[in-house]
Every structure is written in C-alpha cells, then in structure tokens.
Design a protein around this ligand. Structure first.
Ligand code: ATR
Length: 278
C-alpha cells in the first residue's frame, strides 16, 4: 500500500500505560483538526521493545510517544538522536521517517519552558537562579531546558544527594547542589522554582520544603498535575508567587510531536485543558 492512502497511526508505548493521558490529548487534536488518524496506548514489555518498534513503521505508524520504562532504551534503537534527547539521555518522541530511519527527540524540556512562558508572561529566567527540587528523570529534562534558556545558576536538591551530584558532574559548573535538609535555603533569590519529584501527587506525601526564603517575584511550578493545585503550589501562591501547574507541560510537549506526525501545529488552548481535566 502506498504511504498516501494509509491512515496515519501514532500512539504511546510504556508499561503500564492505562493511566496515560496522551491518547485523550492527541485524540482531541485529531478530531478538532478533522484529520484521519488514530493514537493508541500500547503496553509493551522491555523484552519486546525492539521487535515492536521495528514492526511499527510497516504497520502504518508515523511515530510514537515513549514513556516509562522505555525512554532511555529507545535511544539505542534510533538512527538519529536530537541533541536535546542526547543531553537528557532519554526520548519521549519517535518519528518513523519515510526513508525508514527512526528519529528520536525529547520535547519534555520544550513543553516545560513553553508552559512557563505561556502561563507566566513576566517570567525572566535569566534574571536569577533557578531552584530544582528532585533529581530523577523528569528533573533532567527541566535542568537541560533551563540551562539552555540561560539561567545564571541552577540549584538542585534531592533526597538522595548522590543523584543531584551526578547531575552536577554532567551539566556543569552552573549547577550547585544543596543538601535535602537545607532545600529551603536554595529558594533564596530564586526566580524560578520547580518541583520535579512525585511528592504532592495523589497518594504521596506532600512536599514539605520550607518556603520562608521564597521571593514573591519567583515563578513556582510543579510537574505534578494530579491534583492540579498541589499543596506546594498553594503555599507558594500564599506567598504571592505566580504559580504554574503541571498539566500545561504535558500539553505543550505533545504539540511538536503531533505536528511532525500529522502535519499541523496544534494549539494548546483552554478547550484542550478542559477536556483533559474532565
Ligand atoms: P521521574 O522520572 O518521574 O523523575 P524518578 O526518576 O523515580 O521519576 O524520580 C523521582 C524523584 O522524586 C526523585 O528525585 C526522588 O528522590 P530520590 O532520588 O531520592 O529517590 C523523588 N522522590 C520520590 N519520592 C520521594 C520522597 N518520599 N521523598 C523525597 N523525594 C522523593
């Protein structure tokens, strides 16, 4: 069958995958722009990863999103890896090109920055330090994108200090590590503050970092989006800070992938947010 007559398929692979909100997100855009195409969740075991990915272009897939636990391993299967995916050490998007090559990208950092820019229009990341709480996979994308945006100093605090130190070795001299018990100290003068840990998520304890040092001028963001308004964001709002919830990052990271697969740059608007929250 020729490419032109095929209905384009996309989807998200992970394990587990039932919780993923991406099918709803891409499904909304496909319908809104009247495109023929499908986006489906696929639970794929690590041992089947390569076989599954190699088969997808033959089945009509134009690309896929990748989530836990495959984000790192897919880099080894790609023919081309973008600089940002290589820097982060993980991909969230694969594009199956017409020439048969697999292109791996990571749009998480882009989604994070775009969400802040759109929600906090006065945000000036270059005007002062950024403080990142956590040093896991999500933190890597946030750190890479903040450094690319030109933050003068990037502070990290993580319960397991060695993980934060590993990020300093990798991301260089602008990174300063703070001890977990002193995480509150790194908020002083920070213009950007981000929680990248899972603390505050439904079913997890709240993030209890003291906010006394926080400036009301800081833009405070949380990657957690269930609930949308975490206790961390609530406390920051009480300090007078502009707060940015985590749902927008999910929406914005998806836009460049959708464009690459389906040919239209989709809009992230309030209608989409409402659908995602329903
Ligand atoms: P992700 O890819 O979502 O970032 P991850 O790599 O497992 O997932 O990282 C989770 C982050 O949340 C880490 O920074 C983790 O701290 P550790 O490196 O010390 O594990 C942090 N985290 C999770 N539960 C935590 C808790 N109860 N207290 C403090 N930090 C926690």
């Amino acid at each position: 069958m020729s490419d032109d007559t095929r209905i384009p398929l996309a989807g998200v692979i992970g394990s587990p995958i039932a919780h993923s909100k991406s099918p709803r997100l891409h499904g909304y855009w496909l319908e809104r722009y009247g495109l023929s195409g499908f986006y489906i969740p696929m639970d794929i075991a690590q041992s089947d990863l390569e076989d599954a990915i190699r088969a997808m272009p033959k089945l009509g897939f134009v690309g896929i999103n990748v989530t836990v636990p495959h984000k790192e391993s897919v880099l080894n299967l790609a023919d081309l890896v973008t600089d940002r995916a290589a820097l982060i050490g993980a991909a969230n998007t694969l594009i199956f090109r017409k020439d048969g090559k697999i292109h791996a990208d990571n749009t998480d950092g882009y989604g994070f920055i775009e969400n802040l820019r759109q929600t906090a229009s006065a945000w000036q990341p270059k005007s002062g330090p950024a403080a990142v709480i956590g040093a896991g996979g999500a933190a890597r994308a946030v750190i890479a994108s903040l450094l690319e945006t030109g933050v003068p100093e990037l502070r990290i605090s993580n319960r397991t200090r060695t993980r934060a130190e590993a990020l300093r070795s990798e991301f260089g001299a602008k990174v300063v590590v703070y001890d977990w018990v002193q995480a509150g100290n790194m908020l002083e003068d920070a213009v950007t503050v981000v929680n990248t840990t899972s603390l505050g998520m439904v079913g997890k304890p709240n993030l209890r970092v003291p906010l006394d040092g926080l400036s009301p001028k800081a833009v405070v963001s949380d990657l957690v989006y269930t609930p949308l308004q975490t206790s961390f964001l609530q406390r920051a709002a009480e300090f007078g800070c502009t707060t940015v919830d985590g749902l927008g990052m999910l929406l914005h990271q998806a836009a460049p992938a959708f464009e690459r697969w389906f040919g239209i740059r989709p809009e992230v608007d309030d209608g989409l947010r409402q659908v995602m929250l329903a």
